[in-house]
Design a protein around this ligand. Structure first.
Ligand code: BQF
Length: 291
C-alpha cells in the first residue's frame, strides 16, 4: 500500500510554477494576478481562501482578496465581477462558494468572463472540458488527474467508480476519467444517493473516487483488494481534543480501507492541497493566455 502524498506533490508543482514566474518576470512580463471574492465569514471558506492567498505567495503571484458581508446584494457582486472582467491586471478570479442563499450562484458564475474563470465553473469551460477542448478544468478533478499522472497510476481500461455527482467534482471527474487519453480511457460509473447496490458497484472498482461529503462512508467491505482509493471528502467533524475544535474527515474510513489498497489518498494532505495547486496552474495558464 502506498500513500499518495498530495501535499508533497502540490509543494513540488508550486515550486515549478514559482520558477516559471521568475522567468516571466525576468523577461519583463507581469506577475500573474489572482483575485478572490469572499462573502461572509464561514470558517471553512475563510480557511480555503487563506490557503489560496498563501499559495499565491509561494508561486510568486500577486493576489487580491475582496471581502463582502453576507448581506451583500447580487447586483453589487455582479458589478464587482464586471470590473474584474475588465481589469487588465487581473488574470483570473474566483468567487468562493457557497454563497448566501439570497444570491443566485449560477448567475454569478455565468457573469465571470470564461477566460478569467480559473475555477472552471462557467458553462463555456464545463462544455469545452466535456468535449476535450482547451479550457480551465475544475480544480479538484484536475488535481486528482495530476496525482494519477505523477504516481503513474494506470487508468486505461480500468473500472472507475465515482461516488457523488456534483457539478464541481463528480461530473467533471467522470468526464475526465472517460476522456480518450491518459490518464483517462477508464470505464466510468457514477453513483449517488439514488443508486442501488452501492456496495456491489464499489467492489467492482479498480479506482474508487469518494466525493459525496459523508464522513467515513466508504468501509473496508466496499473496497476491492488492490484498488486505488481517492478521498475527496473534507468535512469538519467536531473534535473536542483539538485546538481547532474539529477534525478534517474524509469520505473513506482510512484505517480499515488503507491495508486493502494499492494506493490511497489521506485526509488531510491528499486531494485538498492539489485542489489549491490546480487553481495556481489555472492562474498561470490564464496569465499566459494559453486559451
Ligand atoms: C488538506 C472545499 C467543500 C466546499 C467548498 C488542503 C484544502 C482542503 C484540505 C482547501 C475546498 C476543499 C476548497 C486540505 C479548497 C479543498 O490538507 O487536506 C486544502 O483549501 N480546499 C474550497 O475552496 O472550497 C470548498 C470543500
Amino acid at each position: 500500500m502506498q500513500i499518495i502524498d498530495g501535499k508533497a506533490i502540490a509543494e513540488q508543482i508550486k515550486q515549478e510554477i514559482a520558477a516559471e514566474v521568475s522567468e516571466r518576470v525576468a523577461r519583463g512580463e507581469k506577475r500573474p494576478h489572482l483575485a478572490a471574492i469572499l462573502v461572509g465569514h464561514d470558517g471553512g471558506s475563510e480557511t480555503y481562501v487563506a490557503n489560496k492567498v498563501k499559495a499565491c505567495e509561494v508561486c510568486g503571484f500577486k493576489s487580491t482578496l475582496i471581502r463582502y458581508e453576507s448581506d451583500v446584494t447580487e447586483e453589487e457582486l455582479l458589478k464587482r465581477i464586471k470590473e474584474l472582467n475588465e481589469d487588465s491586471d487581473i488574470d483570473g478570479f474566483i468567487v468562493q462558494l457557497p454563497l448566501p442563499k439570497h444570491i443566485n450562484e449560477q448567475r454569478i458564475t455565468e457573469a465571470i468572463d470564461f477566460r478569467k474563470d480559473v475555477d472552471g465553473f462557467h458553462p463555456v469551460n464545463v462544455g469545452r472540458m466535456s468535449i476535450g477542448l482547451p479550457c480551465f478544468i475544475s480544480a479538484t478533478p484536475n488535481g486528482i488527474m495530476e496525482l494519477l499522472k505523477r504516481y503513474n497510476i494506470e487508468t486505461s481500461g480500468k473500472k472507475c467508480v465515482i461516488l457523488g455527482r456534483s457539478n464541481i467534482v463528480g461530473k467533471p471527474m467522470a468526464s475526465l476519467m472517460m476522456q480518450k487519453r491518459v490518464p483517462g480511457d477508464a470505464t466510468v460509473t457514477v453513483c449517488h444517493s439514488h443508486s442501488k447496490n452501492l456496495k456491489e458497484e464499489c467492489l467492482e472498482a479498480d479506482i474508487l473516487i469518494a466525493a459525496m461529503g459523508q464522513p467515513n462512508f466508504v468501509k473496508a467491505d466496499m473496497v476491492k483488494e488492490g484498488a486505488v482509493v481517492i478521498d475527496v471528502g473534507t468535512t469538519r467533524v467536531p473534535d473536542a481534543t483539538r485546538k481547532s475544535g474539529f477534525k478534517l474527515t474524509g469520505d473513506v474510513k482510512f484505517d480499515e480501507v488503507a491495508p486493502k489498497c494499492s494506493f490511497i489518498t489521506p485526509v488531510p494532505g491528499g486531494v485538498g492541497p492539489m485542489t489549491i495547486c490546480s487553481l495556481m496552474m489555472n492562474t498561470l495558464k490564464a496569465a499566459n493566455h494559453e486559451f
